[in-house]
Design a protein around this ligand. Structure first.
Ligand code: ATP
Length: 483
């Protein structure tokens, strides 16, 4: 199964989707760049999310807050004190590991060997120790399980320490404590601190939501599995503010809406599942992950969290500014509690994880038979609305005025769709190349085009061709690629 991930990683590199960061310097761990095809695909994912969240919901509006925020924000949110992972170092290799991941891998090994009971017992014991913040106990467990460093092969471990995931830097020129600021580890806090600004200036009535797309940064130690876990990544988050007491209703509604969205962008229902959190974060009273079946197993792509009034209450306390909403409807009903701090339902997705999910789901290898020949074909079966390039305009030959005719079609449609004009190589090779980047339509311009203004349109998935007038192209493509 992991060969499939390897194939996808090399495909992503070869066709301009994803490059390792600073590759000429041998890369930077867990940081990646999006290439000419990748940036289009990622923008399409983000735009579709944005449209579905804001444009399709009258009561959800957008925001674009800065990455830098006042240091007290991260004190209030709990990130300064508790956004950390338990780390352990091997004294011989000097390599650092996440203690919980070492134990999880051991449990997975037991499970693979068929001893599910032993695996569960180990996970349960680890859970208890972490809950009690018994870091020495975690170290003892690692030693008792005989876990060795894969590099040095020894079990010569240091103590376990909590390691904060936030990146910090200094503002201004003087390096002193008070100038330390953080790169945001989540975009949500930018929404919370602007809650009243948006509510008042937008005359928003609870329930309403604020959506935001932006970069987040985490100093992740377990950096593997390609763009699944990165140090710099992008989040697409929406905070939905509701009346206290109604939060479970909204939680269930968003949980369903979000899963349906993943299905609508082409992910089959059987490749998705919910995973309820048994252990809740300090701010939550309910939490569920939407997981996708990656080549390395079901893993989280989006979280839906019922965050209570934790964040707004904390910000009210530390900023000493009232963050209450005046609910006129309740007031008119004569209820005494017209003023309250709303409860929050959050939907939090990673743009890069959705990108990886989309790529894994689209990557298709099939056997095709042409006459007596069977050959294999690789193509990206992307939802047309996500495809980086919507159509390729391909003059059959480089002479007889075909390129000029094709260029005219290109120039007429380029305002509507992202397209490619390609006249090099045989038509078959050009089709193959478009298949590899997931272009839904290839438009061939041939000698008949010069006579009757018709072209052939080849469908990426069926490889079937239909002939149609140039004047119908726009509608035909638009219908397929609109969402
Ligand atoms: P994980 O358990 O995988 O570390 P998390 O539970 O910490 O994720 P959240 O804090 O809920 O994740 O973040 C919401 C979303 O942001 C996740 O569902 C994921 O899509 C994305 N995300 C979180 N961390 C990363 C990362 N290091 N790289 C890429 N995407 C990330």
């Amino acid at each position: 199964e992991n060969t499939q991930l390897k194939d996808i990683i090399s495909h992503a590199k070869e066709y301009g989707f994803i490059f390792p960061s600073s590759e000429i310097y041998d890369g930077l761990q867990a940081v990646y760049d999006y290439g000419q095809m990748g940036v289009e695909l990622k923008n399409n994912i983000k735009n579709l999310w944005w449209k579905c969240m804001t444009q399709l919901n009258q009561n959800v509006v957008g925001l674009d807050a800065a990455i830098f925020m006042h240091p007290l924000v991260w004190k209030a949110s709990g990130h300064v004190d508790s956004f950390s992972d338990p780390m352990i170092d091997n004294k011989d290799s000097k390599k650092r590991y996440r203690a919980d991941v070492l134990l999880e891998e051991k449990a997975a090994q037991y499970e693979n060997e068929g001893d599910v009971e032993k695996a569960n017992a180990l996970l349960a014991e680890m859970g208890k120790l972490l809950e009690a913040e018994d870091l020495d106990g975690v170290r003892e467990l690692i030693i008792r399980e005989g876990i060795k460093c894969p590099i040095s092969g020894t079990a010569n471990w240091t103590e376990v320490r909590q390691f904060n995931l936030m990146f910090s830097t200094e503002v201004g020129s003087v390096a002193d404590e008070t100038n330390t600021i953080y790169l945001r580890p989540e975009t949500a806090q930018g929404i919370f601190v602007n809650f009243l600004n948006v509510q008042k200036t937008g005359r928003m009535k609870v329930p309403f939501g604020i959506a935001q797309i932006g970069k987040a940064f985490r100093n992740e130690i377990v950096a593997r599995q390609f763009i699944f876990r990165m140090r710099e990544f992008e989040q697409m988050e929406m905070q939905f503010f509701v009346r206290p007491g109604t939060e479970m209703e909204w939680y269930n509604q968003w949980k369903e809406t979000r899963k349906k969205w993943h299905e609508a962008i082409g992910i089959p229902a059987e490749s998705l599942r919910y995973h309820d959190h048994e252990k809740l974060a300090h701010y939550a009273n309910a939490a569920v992950d939407i997981e996708y079946k990656f080549p390395f197993g079901f893993k989280e792509v989006e979280g839906i969290h019922s965050r209570t009034d934790f964040d707004l209450t904390q910000h009210q306390e530390l900023s000493r500014k009232k963050l209450q909403y005046f609910d006129n409807d309740l007031n008119e009903e004569g209820k005494p509690y017209g003023n309250y701090i709303p409860y929050v339902i959050e939907t939090s997705a990673g743009a890069d994880r959705l990108f990886l999910m989309t790529l894994c789901n689209a990557y298709t290898e099939e056997e095709i038979t042409e006459g007596d020949n069977t050959k294999s074909r690789t193509f990206l079966k992307l939802h047309p609305s996500l495809a980086p390039v919507k159509a390729a305009i391909l003059p059959l030959t480089k002479k007889d005025g075909l390129p000029e005719k094709a260029e005219k079609i290109f120039n007429d449609l380029k305002f509507d769709f992202n397209m490619i004009f390609e006249e090099r190589d045989s038509i078959g090779k050009r089709y193959t190349r478009q298949d590899l980047i997931g272009t839904p339509f290839c438009i061939a311009v041939d000698h008949q085009t010069l006579e009757d203004d018709t072209v052939t349109v080849r469908d990426r998935d069926s490889r079937e061709q239909v002939r149609m007038p140039i004047s119908e192209l726009k509608n035909y493509i638009e219908k397929a690629v609109s969402f």
